[in-house]
Design a protein around this ligand. Sequence first.
Ligand code: UFG
Length: 325
Amino acid sequence: MRKKTILVTGGAGYIGSHVVRQLGEAGHHIIVLDNLSTGFREAVLHGELMEGDTGDRPFITQLLREHDIESVLHFAAHIVVPESVSDPLKYYGNNTCNTRNLLAACAAAGVKHFIFSSTAAVYGIPPNMECAEDSPLAPINPYGRSKLMSEWMLQDLAAASHLRYGVLRYFNVAGADPGGRIGQSTPKATHLIKVACEAVVGKRDHIDIFGTDYPTPDGTCIRDYIHIEDLAHAHILALDHLRGGAPSFTANCGYGHGYSVREVLDMVQQVSGAKLDIRDVPRRAGDPPALIARAERIRVLLGWSPRHNDLREIVTHALAWERRL
Ligand code: UFG
């Protein structure tokens, strides 16, 4: 039987490229769609890269039909929380409107499975730091809202059609391919571990801590950092799950424990042996104090079992990649 083709949007980006690598290693047949606005051609290690945009309906329609796409993994998105606050329409345009466009093309082409990259930002400020999948959804920034609207579209479309979906809500993704082939290459990065690694290798002269007056033990924000390799593996399992006939689902992707900004920076200094110039500055717009996953569902539903649940390892791999860049 001919292998069913998988379309991966944003497959040249940080998270998408790690998933493409694992899909390729597992022998899947892949088409990558990326407009290369933040992605890199050389990060695509498997499959065929098509340069294009999820907003380009005729192009997407043709792609889905020509390659007889059965499953779509949708990573293409803008992902920077503070930028979403200063330029919200950029986020609603790409993350919401373009997702609608992609979904319409998928529905018309009879795509069966859709895996959507959602985010912990849909929870807003959880009352006790922890978020379960059925916790209230109350995003506090346009990024979270742009993603939540896409979740709703997907749910409604699935109810009205044969499409089945997996929504994966990512907590803070970091680290790099343990084999050192790919990693996060984004210029002007804003993510904490990436920024700290850039400071270690001398690309920045200091690092700011945005806010030291949060209601957390050391006053800095707490996040649940998940290794990119474990996150990517969750996608392989999610796809297998849907292909096996399972109903649509939503699952958090995190480890279930958090680290403060200071703890992360301490670890970066320990791993690198470097002394960073760390400056306390006021809060950044759009940051919730703490986001920690309730992470049982993904284990039970998908049989996911993390292999890199270790902040030291996350930082070690992120730093190794930064040094290679
Ligand atoms: N931070 C600093 N200094 C920096 C960079 C970040 O203090 O130079 C702090 C932030 O203020 C925040 C924490 O580190 O408190 C984490 O910030 P990141 O920018 O690394 O990540 P975010 O938590 O803002 O967002 C990320 C993803 C989102 C996802 C979210 C889920 O970008 O897609 O994690 O928790 F929704």
